[in-house]
Ligand binder design. Structure first.
Ligand code: HEC
Length: 499
C-alpha cells in the first residue's frame, strides 16, 4: 500500500504544479460508452480511483471518513453514509460528487477533475449493479526488466509423478529434462512475453522463477514469479493459463493430493502474507486469506484428502474415561508458514482460523503435512525442523536438521517422510513419525533452494545457487545425473570431421 501511495503522489505532483484550475469546475459532460462487455471493477473502475481518489481516501488519510482503497471499504461508505446504490447512479453520492452535480465536488478544487470517459465508466459500473472485483485484482504495473544473464540460481524444481521428467526453474527460464538420461528436452516459453520497453523475451516469466509444482495427476506444471503464476500443459509445455495481480513474488506453490486445488503464497515483505487457493482446472479463486500473517508466507500445504478433525463444541473426556469418544468430522484444511515465525492452519470451507503453532525463533520457510494427517513439519531459518502434533496443537519434536537455514521441506507423496534442503549445501530425508534421518543426498556444493521428488520418492531432485540440478536415486541416495543449463551442456560430438 505504501508503494502505491508513493507512486500516486509522484504522479500527482507535476499535475498540481502546472494545471491548477482555480475556479470551481462545473458538471462534467455525460457521455455514453460504446461497450458490450460488462464493466470490471478491478480492470476499469479501480484504476480511476487509484489515479484520482486514493491519495486522499486511503491509508492514514481518509477524507470524509471514506476509504476508497478497496471495494470492501468503499461499500462501507463515509461520514455521509453509503457512497453508492447499485443500479442507481443518480442516487449515488460517489457518482454525483465526481460528476460535480452535488457538493463536495471530487476531486476537490485544485485537482484535475475526472474526464467524461472516466465518469461514464463509473456511471455504467454503478448501473450494472456495482459488482465487486471478481478475483485476483491487477495492481499498479511495476516495470520489471529481465534479470541479468548471469543470474541463474535454481530456486524451484519439480519431478513428474511418472518419474520420467524433471523441471528446473533457473533464473527466468524453466528447463525440462529427461529424468533418466538427463537429456535436455525443452524450455517453457511464455507466448508474447515482452519487457516494459517492448523487447521480446524468450523466457517462462520476465522475473525469476521462484516456485513450481507438478500436479499429482501429472497434467499441470505451475510456475510462480513476481506477481504472477503460469499454468503449463505438462505434456506439451504449452502455456494454458496465467493469473496475475499477486502482491509480490509468488514464493510457494502446492497442489492438494487429489489435484483439485492449487495453492499459492507470498505477499509483500513485512506488510501482509498472501495465500490464495484456486479450483483446478477452472482456476476460480476459492480461498483468499486476508491478514492471516504479518509477513511473507513462505510455504503452504493441504491436509490429506481423508483428513478428520475433532468436531468443535465437545468437552474433552476425563483421561480415565475410556468409553466416551470425541466425534470427528471430515475437513479440508490448509497450513501456512511465514516470516512472522508462525505456522497456522485454516479451514478451507469458511477461511476460519483453526490453530497456530509457535516455536521457531526465525522465519518459517516451509511447511508440510504428513500423509496420515497427524503431523505437520516446518522448516526454519533457525536451522531446525519442528514436528507438530496437529490434534494436540503442540510441538512433538525439534530436529537439528541442518547447519544453516532449512530452506525447503517436501513431503514425499502420501508418506510420513519428507525431504529437506539447506543453506549448508545438504539435502536430507527424515521420518516425520520418529524424527529419524533416513537418508542423505551427497554432492551439493552450493546453497540449496529447491528440493522435490516423485510421489513414490524414487526420483529426488535438488538445486541451488550454482544453477545445477542434481538428480538422485531416492531409494539409496546415489547421485544419478547433474543437469546443467542447456547452453552449458557439453556439446554432443558429431562425426563430421573427416578422419
Ligand atoms: C485532494 C484530496 C481529495 C481527492 C483527490 C479526492 N477527495 Fe473526496 N474528499 C476529500 C475531502 C477533504 C472530503 C471531505 C469533504 C466534505 O466532507 O465536505 C472528501 C469527501 C468525499 C466524499 C464524501 C464522503 C462522505 O461520506 O462524506 C466522497 C463520496 C468522495 N470524497 C469521493 C471522492 C472520489 C470518488 C474521488 C476521486 C474521483 C475523490 N473523492 C478524490 C478530499 C479528496
Amino acid at each position: 500500500m505504501r508503494l502505491i501511495l508513493t507512486l500516486a503522489c509522484l504522479a500527482f505532483l507535476p499535475l498540481a504544479a502546472t494545471a491548477q484550475p482555480k475556479k470551481e469546475v462545473g458538471p462534467i459532460k455525460v457521455i455514453k460508452l460504446e461497450r458490450k462487455d460488462p464493466i470490471s471493477y478491478e480492470k476499469d473502475v479501480e484504476p480511476i480511483f487509484y489515479k484520482r481518489c486514493t491519495v486522499c481516501h486511503s491509508g492514514n488519510l481518509k477524507e470524509g471518513k471514506l476509504d476508497i482503497a478497496t471495494y470492501e471499504t468503499l461499500v462501507k461508505g463515509g461520514k455521509r453514509g453509503t457512497a453508492f446504490k447499485p443500479g442507481k447512479s443518480e442516487d449515488s453520492l460517489l457518482y454525483k460528487v465526481m460528476a460535480r452535480t452535488q457538493k463536495p465536488f471530487m476531486p476537490p478544487r485544485g485537482e484535475e477533475p475526472c474526464t467524461p470517459e472516466e465518469l461514464a465508466i463509473v456511471k455504467l459500473w454503478i448501473e450494472q449493479g456495482a459488482k465487486a472485483p471478481s478475483g485476483v485484482r491487477p495492481r499498479k504495473e511495476i516495470l520489471v526488466g529481465l534479470p541479468p544473464a548471469n543470474v541463474n540460481p535454481v530456486r524451484a524444481v519439480a519431478v513428474s509423478p511418472d518419474k520420467t521428467t524433471v523441471a528446473a526453474g533457473r533464473g527466468n527460464q524453466v528447463h525440462i529434462y529427461d529424468a533418466g538420461s538427463g537429456t535436455y528436452i525443452r524450455s517453457l516459453i511464455a507466448p508474447g512475453l515482452k519487457t516494459f520497453d517492448g523487447k521480446a523475451a524468450k523466457a517462462a516469466h520476465l522475473s525469476i522463477v521462484e516456485s513450481m509444482a507438478w500436479s499429482p495427476d501429472g497434467k499441470w506444471l505451475v510456475t510462480g514469479s513476481f506477481r504472477e503464476i503460469a499454468m503449463w500443459d505438462a505434456l506439451t509445455g504449452e502455456q494454458k493459463h496465467k493469473i496475475t495481480g499477486f502482491a509480490h513474488n509468488v514464493v510457494a506453490i502446492a497442489f492438494s493430493l487429489d489435484s483439485k486445488m492449487l495453492g499459492v503464497s507470498g505477499g509483500e515483505p513485512t506488510v501482509d502474507g498472501e495465500v490464495k487457493v484456486f479450483d483446478v482446472p477452472t482456476w476460480k479463486l476459492i480461498f483468499d486469506l486476508k491478514n492471516g500473517h504479518s509477513d511473507t508466507v513462505y510455504g503452504l500445504a493441504f491436509s490429506p484428502p481423508d483428513m478428520m478433525m475433532v468436531a468443535p463444541g465437545q468437552k474433552t473426556p476425563d483421561p480415565k474415561d475410556k468409553t466416551t469418544k470425541l466425534k470427528t468430522i471430515p475437513v479440508k484444511l490448509i497450513a501456512t508458514c511465514s516470516a512472522d515465525k508462525f505456522v497456522k492452519v485454516w479451514n478451507l470451507a469458511d477461511a476460519k482460523f483453526v490453530k497456530s503453532f509457535e516455536g521457531h525463533t526465525h522465519h518459517v520457510l516451509d511447511v508440510g503435512w504428513s500423509g496420515d494427517g497427524k503431523l505437520l513439519a516446518s522448516a526454519g531459518g533457525d536451522n531446525t525442523v519442528k514436528i507438530w502434533d496437529f490434534e494436540k496443537g503442540e510441538q512433538a519434536r525439534t530436529i537439528n536438521a541442518h547447519g544453516k537455514q532449512v530452506t525447503r521441506l517436501f513431503f514425499i507423496g502420501k508418506k510420513n517422510e519428507f525431504l529437506t534442503g539447506g543453506g549448508d549445501n545438504a539435502v536430507k530425508a527424515f521420518n516425520s513419525t520418529n524424527g529419524g534421518n533416513i537418508r542423505n543426498f551427497a554432492g551439493g556444493t552450493d546453497f540449496i533452494f529447491a528440493v522435490a521428488s516423485s510421489p513414490d520418492g524414487a526420483v529426488v531432485a535438488a538445486g541451488g545457487q550454482e544453477g545445477v540440478v542434481r538428480v538422485y536415486n531416492g531409494a539409496n541416495g546415489t547421485l544419478t545425473r547433474s543437469l546443467l543449463p542447456p547452453d552449458a551442456q557439453p556439446p554432443i560430438k558429431k562425426d563430421t570431421k573427416k578422419k
